[in-house]
Design a binder for this molecule. Structure first.
Ligand code: 26Y
Length: 816
């Protein structure tokens, strides 16, 4: 075991402060201290990192490459300290130096190279892979600007660039020795090589140099450190000052520009495809570099490329890296001169695809002209994959044109990336049981019929190390005191807490901890929102990306409804409630931005209205991200998971809340179904249409929300407040777009496409049950504790073990 040495650690901090900043401890800023501490920690990490890779080489291990456009890592310092099991030593040293660890952690900007669920899942997976001892690389892009920072100004979202590298990132290492060239554009020419073989080469292309930066992923207490490799683009130096040839000069300038823009910024779209050319460049850029490097690395140790699938697996995180399949084909065909059949067999045994959404607007479909212009050789290969696949379809379903229409990769001038991913992969998985069933029986029915053996489910999970051990230290210590610390690496052990669910003292302790966490959050809210909230009120929290299908609108309409009730009957039975929201809207998503403004406008009115005796507060947390997420999960009483059934593939926030003892109010959607299965219907508040009902309505052209509007006065009153200036007297029309979307169809959309009015009354009834349940403190405490106790299944450790068993087949490396 390579451990953090206390004496060295302390000396290093002092040394680095001098070396980097010419400062002594007492002169250094917290930011400088953060860097010095991070670098000192890196010393130990590096030792473990090198040892891990030596072991991997000696054992000639099989490796998974998790290809993802997004890794939403969150802060590394605290997490690394925890996973190195160095907390005690670090705290002792910092105490001696008069430094507060929490203050230093606050200095780190969240690396936010992801949008939401899909990117955070990738980060949890990396944590689990290292902790379980499986050889893995995360492969992604070193965006200069990550997910934008959200400011709320006058109730509106304003996006501020997130230049996360401004102060430098202490944990990364540049690895120029592994740089690769990536080519775009030009044309393809066939040549005959010396051996008389026909070969395809790309000419007159533009290229960039992909340069990797490695970030260590520390396993929990096991000495294993894997790598997150993110690629940056640099210009290939072709400037020839002697040459005044115009063509050369122009090309050199263009290549420089390409290198400058390609990794500039993360696209802040979540679940909405926009078809931007630069995004396709980003995709091919990091995929080509990652695959080239994986193949070179394999060939450094092996001589037969045909055995690649024995040592390498590429997991495609949604369709975003799907060009990987064609890029691997290109390398095998054009560089290793394999036959099509040989190359295809290898590719098909090496690629596996995870689907994260069934929302049709999220499907990537590139226009063929754009795709073929940017990636001419890749396009040729996709054409040939498609030609052969269409032949297979015809053989299997003679004369059945509709099968081709639904399944072909190239169709009506588009490259359908999901179809390519399925055809090229040996495994296709959904991310929760319900989601996978919907894929098999609806969205991807035809593919399932053709390749049933490829389809499998991998219900998502989260890492308990970040979301309990780090995010909720009080509860983590308490759990360890009660049942030991096995849960940290084996979450199902947490079920042992069930034994305390009838014990009044334990229940009191559990709720005391919740109360402390609520105070911690109240302090944060006071500082950031200048709002005083009642720490005895029910903390009801919905934090996630803003999307209509996630139905933040249902939540805020219900708040408006409650407020109307309270205004009419100020003395009605009402337990105080704090409704907390946090959500970023994609910059171009107008309706989502209106909903943010609505939440803030409603909050502004209600929070100031003393006539309701502070019984309702509405708080919008600015810039929701991983770091403040940790505070929110720990403090929640109620977890809002209210998506339109069938739309949320899994959800992972639901699991983070559950782990921290919040009770779910939710629909039977995504992983909520499995959460309820574990914790029991009596320990959750379930409401709303089922996914079958939603799908049925959709097949039959939707439903008529006008009936509800005209027959339900409570709902009508709330909706009318969207257009009568009740919350924004100076701009009474501000929310007309929302009002219209709920009541009228337009050219693109049906009226109320997410069934908000349809589910309103069952939601309202479920919220009533919440309020009633909270009055019975002991019953509530028991339910909350059982949520924590029954979340063993939702560790990403379990998810990763399933991927390893069914898809990746990796060997576990035991700690030394
Ligand atoms: C095409 C492009 C614009 C795009 C970019 C990001 C499309 C989708 C996404 C992100 C999708 C995403 O985050 N999906 C979420 O994945 C989680 C992890 O599997 C699920 O828990 C969650 O239900 C799903 O919405």
């Amino acid at each position: 075991m390579i451990e953090l040495n206390k004496k060295e650690f302390k000396e290093n901090i002092i040394e680095y402060l001098k070396l980097f900043y010419r400062k002594n401890i007492d002169e250094a800023t917290n930011q400088q201290l953060f860097h010095a501490i991070a670098y000192s920690l890196k010393n130990t990490i590096i030792e473990q990192w090198m040892a891990t890779h030596k072991t991997y080489e000696e054992k000639d291990v099989k490796t998974v490459y998790y290809l993802s456009m997004e890794f939403l890592m969150g802060r590394a310092l605290g997490n690394n300290i925890i996973n190195l099991k160095a907390e005690k030593v670090v705290r002792e040293v910092l105490d001696e130096l008069g430094i507060d660890l929490e203050d230093i952690e606050e200095e780190e900007t969240d690396p936010a190279l992801g949008n939401g669920g899909l990117g955070r899942l990738a980060a949890c997976f990396l944590d689990s892979l290292s902790t379980l001892g499986y050889p893995a690389y995360g492969c992604g892009i070193r965006y200069k600007y990550g997910m934008f920072k959200q400011k709320i100004i006058d109730g509106y979202q304003v996006e501020v660039p997130d230049y996360w590298l401004e102060e430098g990132y202490p944990f990364e290492i540049k690895r120029p020795e592994y740089a690769k060239e990536v080519k775009f554009g030009g044309y393809v020419r066939m040549i005959r090589d010396e051996q008389g073989r026909d070969r395809f080469i790309q000419e007159n292309y533009q290229s960039v140099k992909a340069v990797p930066y490695d970030i260590p992923i520390v396993g929990y207490g096991n000495n294993i450190v894997n790598t997150l490799r993110i690629w940056d683009a640099e210009a290939i130096n072709t400037f020839n000052l002697e040459s005044f040839d115009k063509g050369d000069y122009q090309k050199a300038v263009e290549q420089e520009n390409l290198a400058r823009i390609i990794c500039e910024v993360l696209y802040p779209n979540d679940n909405h495809y926009a078809g931007k050319e630069l995004r396709l460049k980003q995709q091919y850029f990091f995929v080509s570099a990652s695959i080239q490097r994986a193949v070179s690395k394999y060939m450094e140790k092996h001589n037969n490329i045909k055995n690649l699938p024995e040592k390498v697996c590429f997991q495609l995180n949604d369709t975003h890296p799907t060009v990987a399949a064609a890029e691997l084909m290109r390398i095998l065909l054009d560089e290793y001169c394999l036959s099509w059949e040989e190359a295809w067999e290898i590719t098909n045994k090496t690629c596996a695809y995870t689907n994260h959404t069934i929302m049709s607007e999220a499907l990537e479909k590139w226009p063929i002209d754009l795709f073929s212009r940017l990636l001419p050789r890749i396009y040729q290969i996709v054409e040939e994959i498609n030609r052969r696949f269409v032949m297979d379809i015809k053989k299997r379903y003679p004369g059945n044109e509709s099968k081709i229409e639904k399944m072909a990769i190239l169709y009506q001038g588009q490259v359908r990336m999901a179809n390519l991913a399925i055809v090229a992969s040996f495994s296709v998985n959904g991310v929760a049981r319900l989601h996978t069933e919907i894929l098999k029986n609806q969205e991807l029915k035809d593919f399932y019929e053709m390749y049933p053996e490829r389809f499998n489910n991998k219900t998502n999970g989260i890492t308990q190390r970040r979301f309990l051990l780090h995010g909720n230290p009080l509860l983590a210590d308490w759990v360890t005191k009660k049942i030991g610390d096995q849960w940290i690496v084996n979450l199902p052990h947490i079920d042992k807490l069930t034994a305390f669910s009838e014990d009044p003292i334990s229940l009191r302790e559990f709720m005391d901890i919740k109360y402390h966490n609520k105070k911690r959050l109240a302090k944060y809210i006071k500082e950031h929102n200048q709002i005083d909230i009642d720490t005895n009120s029910i903390f009801d929290i919905q934090v996630k990306r803003l999307h209509e299908y996630k139905r933040q609108l249902l939540n805020i309409l219900h708040v408006m409804y409650l407020y109307n009730q309270l205004k009419k009957n100020p003395n009605m039975e009402f337990y105080p409630r704090t409704f907390i929201f946090g959500a970023k809207a994609s910059a171009g998503y107008e309706r989502a931005k209106s909903i943010i403004k609505l939440i803030n406008s409603v909050g502004a009115v209600i929070n100031e209205d003393t006539s309701i005796g502070n019984k309702i507060k509405v708080v919008f947390i600015e810039n929701y991200r991983v770091s403040n997420g940790e505070l929110l999960f720990a403090a929640a009483d109620v977890s809002e998971q209210i998506s339109t059934a069938s739309k949320e593939a899994s959800g992972t926030g639901n699991m983070k809340f559950m782990l921290n003892g919040a009770i779910t109010i939710g629909t039977m959607d995504g992983a909520n179904v499995e959460i309820v299965e574990e914790v029991g219907l009596e320990n959750a508040f379930i409401f709303g249409l089922s996914s079958d009902e939603v799908i049925n309505y959709e097949k039959n052209g939707g439903y008529n929300p006008q009936d509800i509007y005209h027959n339900d006065l409570g709902i009508k009153e709330v909706l009318d407040q969207l257009i009568n200036g009740f919350y924004t007297p100076e701009k009474p029309n501000l929310f007309k777009n929302i009002y219209d979307s709920l009541l009228y169809s337009n050219g693109y959309e049906k009226a109320d496409p997410y069934f908000i009015l349809k589910d309103f009354r069952t939601y309202e009834a479920a919220q009533k049950r919440v309020a009633e349940a909270y009055l019975d403190k002991e019953r509530w405490a028991k339910s909350a504790l059982l949520n924590t106790a029954k979340c063993g299944k939702f560790s990403s450790d379990r998810t990763i073990e399933e991927y390893v068993q069914d898809i990746w087949h990796l060997e576990k490396i035991e700690p030394k």
